[in-house]
Design a protein around this ligand. Structure first.
Ligand SMILES: C[S@@+](CC[C@H](N)C(=O)[O-])C[C@H]1O[C@@H](n2cnc3c(N)ncnc32)[C@H](O)[C@@H]1O
Length: 305
């Protein structure tokens, strides 16, 4: 009875939380789930910072107030270990750049390497300051991460966040509101450029992290991705390049001369994407950029004359 009451209460003693944590750690080790994920979940849902967790100093607190009951925390951790649900979906949020973004299984969890796209845009507008104004599009916006970072980076620009998924757009819109940037970007449903309103054209820049995984490789992805992230966000067709091929072919119709074309890609796709862009005869220069791990990650080009 006392245990039930404790499990249903959001305010518990530090000692009780510590005991739960010990069991959760053992279960994580047995399931080969990194302990850092448990730490992250506790930081998010138990309002305990990293240092306090590392020092285990919460153990002596008379009271700890959780965002959820201990029973719910336990259920969430079981879902992580047994069903391989990504910890970000369990918490319903992720930290990306300086944003705290809402996520659900309707959207891809924004990855740290995608932040490199924003650094590339920052460098590009420093080099070509006229691109800092006008309209920019984030095609396949998902949670809205890239669009929000563009809105923050480019205060003079109008930002359009497009996705074919209405569920994803609802999350992008909610994130724009929470981040205080909803007056800076417009979400719009449709397929790639077809989702843009006519007044957005011609664009100063187009940024996209499209689905780029070859269909045959989807089964080989780790279960957290394969079984929980939306296949609409992952499946790039037979060679993984269906969406990128489309974006390379039609973007010149929508970009202003000198406008920026930037996509994320998978390691090994750089040469093929460079060829796709070259074949159109409409981009110059074309560069493939690496991520911090030294893998091919982005293709950046400008619409030529
Ligand atoms: C790899 S996810 C990227 C999400 C987000 N931009 C990010 O970087 O975290 C690809 C996104 O493209 C969207 N998408 C797939 N096909 C699309 C299409 N035809 N038109 C627009 N968006 C599409 C998916 O719904 C998904 O949100």
């Amino acid at each position: 009875m006392q245990l039930e009451r404790m499990m249903d209460d959001r305010t518990i003693s530090g000692q009780q939380l510590w005991h739960w944590w010990q069991g959760a750690r053992q279960a994580a080790i047995a399931s080969e789930v990194p302990l850092v994920e448990l730490e992250w979940l506790m930081q998010e849902l138990c309002s305990i910072d990293r240092l306090t967790l590392r020092l285990e100093s919460f153990k002596t607190r008379p009271q700890v107030t959780l965002d959820v009951t201990l029973a719910d925390l336990d259920r969430l951790w079981t879902q992580r270990l047994r069903d391989r649900v990504p910890v970000q979906y369990l918490a319903g949020r992720v930290r990306w750049r300086r944003f705290c973004l809402q996520v659900s299984p309707a959207v891809l969890i924004p990855r740290p390497e995608t932040e490199g796209m924003i650094d590339l845009v920052a460098a590009a507008v420093q080099h070509y300051p006229h691109l800092a104004a006008g309209a920019w599009a984030d095609l396949g916006t998902g949670s809205g991460a890239i669009a929000l970072a563009l809105a923050q980076l480019l205060p003079e620009a109008r930002i359009y966040a497009v996705d074919v998924s209405a569920e994803a757009l609802a999350i992008a819109q909610a994130n724009a509101v929470t981040c205080g940037l909803s007056d800076r970007l417009q979400v719009s449903q449709g397929s790639w450029f077809a989702g843009l309103p006519p007044e957005a054209m011609p664009l100063s820049g187009m940024v996209s992290n499209p689905p780029y995984i070859p269909t045959a490789l989807l089964d080989e992805l780790q279960p957290e991705v394969r079984d929980h992230e939306p296949s609409l966000a992952l499946d790039g067709g037979a060679d993984g390049l269906d969406c990128i091929r489309h974006l390379a072919a039609i973007a010149p119709r929508y970009l202003k001369i000198g406008g920026l074309w930037l996509v994320e890609l998978m390691d090994g796709q750089g040469g093929a994407v460079r060829s796709l862009l070259q074949q159109t005869g409409q981009y110059d220069p074309i560069d493939i950029h690496l991520d911090l791990a030294g893998r091919q990650r982005f293709a950046l080009a400008y619409r030529g004359q």
